[in-house]
Design a protein around this ligand. Structure first.
Ligand code: 5AD
Ligand code: SF4
Length: 516
């Protein structure tokens, strides 16, 4: 079957499908009694190509006139899986829906539109989404008018779109990470065309500025760049998120200034690889260190960033971070493995020694820096000795916390072609051993803070006890203490009296310091 120049038969078994029409608007087929309009769909080969074509920035965005009131009287529910980048995309999705008149609900059973913003990083993230689709099928049977959409990283995977079309054809829309801004158009097509609409762009499009965002609380996240060009051999992100594109500094600065004006207390700059920021600019020499320097001049109490890659952590950035001020001294620096041989197979492009030297260099300039990391256990061929090297690196760095994962092969990545030869029970044992070490280190680094008075940004009631407040230190440590709800959103000084593995506890040291 063909649409335009692309032969889809490679990805889809459409032996049961009847092609109804083919035109410039896509191919319409009938499959299992449902009409499906495939406008465009994922293609890894196209997605992997890193062309030189420059990325245009569009500052004009508006909801089409006929869709402005489309959501009036209707409710939406957005379920987000995965990383902060997805959370942030969901803020845009919610912002778009609200501009169309929809109102949010926490109760799926009363929603008129449900969107699953999915994550593809590991298989278990995908299993959760397919499980959820099973539940939604029942809801859709009870309420046929309910619209269901799947978006985010899973939609960018060739195999996933195929599986949804074959097994979950009750879904109304599938769209990807590059065309979130097209949501109003896709809703229109799905509703009025009564078809399942698939629009997933393989290639990243241009950067669209000024999309609406529904932000809540006193902390805000700001995307500074999109995509990833690192192609670590295990990782699906360069395929699902496209090539690295940095937003223009003036656009980022304007957004952060506006958030400061609105009273946000903490801003986190986001990117798969934030410190590759600016490498794609052809007309200016302006990198992540320059951006952080400009951030330090904006009147926001705390600026953070996520996630940095060891290879792009340059001296200028370290020097700027060393000046402190509103730049919080928390550095999330994924190491993935402590073995240079495994790092090489992972395509990380640094050695254990390079990484340790970098940590030492950062510590010299930013003495209070708190380090956190990501680690994968059970990568193909990882020996006991190589895993021991990871444990010893963790001891040497003394991380405050770490996200740890069992290796999960991702179809289409180079590592998926390597034998996944570490038995699951060995992987689980390594993970448990690593987690125990990290918990012990977390407790020890927390114990070092006993008796200290720390500045805490109060986020809200603690998850476990509604009468206890929770907040974070500059180093991103979680602190519990007793206090009234009027403190939420303010900075307070807390004297630390108790140290656990994953949080600190204390009591208010003095009257709250207003943040602004
Ligand atoms: N298997 C396990 N963990 C992975 N990560 C990325 N890809 C995989 C995979 N295939 C982890 C890395 C990354 C984090 C976001 O997820 O540690 O830093
Ligand atoms: Fe994935 Fe590596 Fe890019 Fe991180 S740097 S998103 S692990 S490819």
């Amino acid at each position: 079957m063909k649409s335009g120049t692309k032969d889809y038969s490679e990805y889809f078994d459409f032996s049961n499908a009847k092609v109804l029409s083919e035109d410039e608007n896509g191919t319409t087929i009938r499959l299992h009694g449902r009409e499906i309009r495939i406008k465009s769909q994922p293609d890894y080969r196209a997605g992997k190509r890193r062309g030189k074509d420059s990325i245009a920035v569009h500052h004009e965005f508006s909801i089409p006139d006929d869709m402005r009131a489309f959501g009036e009287g209707k409710r939406y529910y957005v379920q987000t899986y995965g990383c902060q980048m997805n959370e942030h995309d969901s803020e845009t999705i919610k912002g778009l829906l609200e501009q169309m008149g929809y109102v949010g609900t926490e109760d799926r059973t009363e929603a008129d539109i449900i969107l699953l913003n999915t994550c593809a990083i590991r298989e278990n993230a995908e299993d959760r989404v397919f499980g959820e689709l099973g539940h939604l099928k029942m809801l859709k049977t009870e309420r046929p008018g309910l619209m269901i959409g799947v978006c985010g990283c899973m939609s960018q995977e060739e195999g996933v779109v195929n599986r949804i079309l074959r097994k979950h054809a009750f879904v109304d829309m599938i769209f990807g990470t590059h065309n979130v801004h097209r949501l109003p158009h896709l809703i229109r097509e799905a509703v009025f065309g009564r078809e399942l609409v698939v629009e997933v762009w393989s290639k990243e499009g241009d950067i669209i500025e000024n999309l609406p965002k529904k932000r809540e609380g006193m902390r805000a996240w700001v995307n500074i760049m999109y995509g990833c060009d690192k192609f670590c051999t295990y990782c699906i992100v360069p395929y699902t998120r496209g090539k690295e594109r940095s937003r223009r500094p003036e656009d980022v600065i304007a957004e952060v200034r506006e958030l400061a004006r609105q009273g946000f207390k903490e801003i986190t700059l986001l990117g798969q690889n934030v410190n590759a920021y600016g490498k794609d600019f052809e007309d200016i020499e302006y990198r992540f260190g320059d951006l952080m320097d400009d951030m330090s001049k904006i009147d926001v109490p705390r600026i953070r960033f996520m996630t940095s890659h060891p290879r792009d952590f340059d001296d200028h950035l370290i020097e700027v971070l060393g000046r402190g001020g509103n730049l919080a001294e928390h550095i999330h620096l994924p190491v993935q493995s402590g073995s240079s041989a495994v790092l090489k197979k992972m395509g990380r492009k640094y050695t254990r020694e390079n990484y340790l030297e970098l940590v030492a260099k950062i510590r010299r300039e930013v003495p209070d820096a708190a380090f956190t990391t990501d680690i994968i256990v059970g990568f193909p061929g990882e020996t006991d000795e190589q895993f021991e090297e990871t444990l010893s690196l963790v001891r040497e760095v003394g991380y405050d916390a770490a996200y740890t994962f069992i290796y999960s092969p991702r179809e289409g990545t180079p590592a998926a072609a390597m034998a996944d030869d570490i038995p699951m029970e060995v992987k689980k044992k390594r993970l448990a051993q690593l987690n125990a070490l990290i918990a012990e280190q977390g407790r020890r680094s927390n114990e070092a803070l006993l008796g200290r008075v720390l500045e805490v940004l109060v986020e809200g009631p603690s998850r476990t006890n509604g009468s206890v407040l929770a907040g974070r230190t500059r180093g991103s440590k979680l602190v519990h203490f007793e206090g009234g709800p009027e403190l939420i959103g303010t900075f307070v000084q807390v004297e630390i009296t108790e140290a656990k593995s994953w949080h600190l506890a204390g009591s208010l040291a003095k009257t709250p310091v207003a943040a602004d």
